[in-house]
Design a protein around this ligand. Structure first.
Ligand code: AMP
Ligand code: MG
Length: 421
């Protein structure tokens, strides 16, 4: 994606305090789906996003066939739906993959599931309902017989010309099976979005290293790489960067012409140790947003070279929540998903909210699905540094700013399981 394709100017990005909706609308309004595609064999296409609508050139099945192992019968008009007790001569045997001869009136063909219905046959009776008689040369059936029993008609599943998959769909195993069933062996999918990541903070050390006072393990690095992997992105991970303007600029330069998105965590506050903001301003354009939400502010958004820049907050819960609420829909839109917004549903709070807050909160909650609507309970510690809260939680409940309520209030709920898959 280039500047023109991205189609926005950072001057148009609202500054200052934004609502979550304004922030998301602005982000989504400033990017388009990548126009790059690849052609993959079916085995390699899983989890990619389909670039074009797929139509079938054939009927599936392409011929009327038997839904059972049994006997195909040419049932004479006098025997339709009359009390049973008829016998039929067995004159043919048709296995799946072969085709039979024309069947005369009141004759039967031994037939197997998936085998073509022979000319003349007008119904199929399952073998358990047929008694073999006269040295297995005939069958007898003791029940009324209808026409078209156990026949799967041509085009039963798909008709030639049918639209079978829509562009913008993430390819699931069942989608791949469906295209295979109409004889297609390759699919054109959107090229994976390339995301460059790095992490700022001199306090950060790698898991596995010995920790000293003042240091913390870099968990955001692992959160982000895992989240991006689940979204099917290609990742260039520069790891932890020294907290200096020079190193930050160096990292940005490495990524800016190669990536569709550059994403960082930390260093976007306005403290003197926060170098991401000046570095992005030096090499591109940046708008520092204070979003009216908790956890989550500040979030930085801009453009460096050909890449969209997103600077997530450093606190681990804030980084993850802002990724899920903002970066995830943005990436899905750029990746070509036709449906890229997070799915939410209504839940009922099992807690009171006594103090009106200036910022919208996304609190970590557990869900009880045995009530209708489901009920949510909140984790006792909601600090943006409390990563255990998001592991304990099933989802995020959205609490509008300036609200107070008693237990029983209906809230919007974001399921974490779905968003982290
Ligand atoms: P910052 O936005 O850089 O001021 O960071 C805010 C808080 O998040 C500080 O307590 C940082 O130590 C913490 N933090 C920043 N980056 C990470 C990271 N990669 N992993 C875990 N915590 C981090
Ligand atoms: Mg920092």
């Amino acid at each position: 994606m280039n500047n023109q394709q991205a189609g926005y100017s950072c001057d148009e990005i609202p500054q200052n305090l934004l609502s979550t909706k304004q922030a998301l609308d602005t982000l989504l309004g400033s990017v388009e789906a990548t126009s790059k595609t690849n052609i993959y064999k079916l085995d390699d296409a899983l989890n990619s996003v389909l670039a074009f609508d797929i139509y079938s050139d054939i009927n599936v099945p392409d011929f009327d066939n038997s839904a059972m192992d049994g006997y195909a019968i040419n049932l004479g008009p006098d025997k339709v739906n009359t009390p049973g007790g008829f016998s039929f001569d067995i004159t043919d045997r048709i296995a799946a993959g072969s085709s039979g001869q024309e069947l005369n009136t009141d004759c039967a063909a031994r037939i197997f599931t998936g085998a073509p219905i022979p000319k003349g046959a007008n119904t199929v009776i399952m073998q358990e309902e047929c008694d073999l008689i006269d040295d297995d040369s005939k069958i007898e059936i003791f029940r009324p017989i209808s026409l078209n029993e156990n026949i799967r008609p041509k085009g039963n599943d798909i008709k030639s010309g049918d639209l079978i998959l829509r562009s913008g769909k993430k390819l699931m195993p069942q989608d791949i099976a469906l295209v295979a069933s109409v004889g297609i062996n390759k699919l054109e999918v959107r090229t994976k979005i390339k995301v460059g990541v790095f992490f700022t903070g001199d306090e950060l050390i790698e898991p596995g290293d010995t920790i000293n006072t003042g240091q913390i393990y870099n968990s955001n690095r692992y959160a982000l790489v895992a989240l991006l992997n689940n979204l099917g992105c290609e990742i260039i991970n520069l790891g932890n960067i020294e907290d200096s303007l020079e190193s930050t600029c160096k990292a940005l330069k490495k990524l800016m012409n190669e990536c569709d998105i550059i994403m960082t965590t930390g260093g976007v506050s306005v403290g003197e140790e926060d170098h991401v903001k000046p570095a992005v301003e030096l090499l591109g354009k940046l708008s520092l947003w204070r979003i009216k939400m908790k956890p989550g502010k500040p979030l930085a958004f801009g453009k460096v070279g050909n890449a969209v820049f997103i600077g997530l907050p450093g606190n681990p819960v804030s980084a993850m929540v802002t990724f899920l609420l903002f970066a995830r829909p943005l990436i899905k839109k750029m990746q070509g998903y036709s449906s890229y917004l997070n799915n939410t549903f209504k839940v009922r709070s099992s807690f009171d909210w006594n103090f009106s807050k200036a910022r919208r909160e996304f609190i970590r909650v557990k869900i009880n699905n045995s009530t209708s609507p489901p009920t949510v309970t909140k984790y006792p510690k909601q600090g943006s540094d409390v990563l255990s809260s998001i592991v304990w939680a099933d989802g995020l409940a959205e609490i509008p700013e300036k609200s107070t309520f008693s237990s029983g209030q209906i809230l919007e709920y974001y399921p974490l399981k779905e968003m982290t898959l």
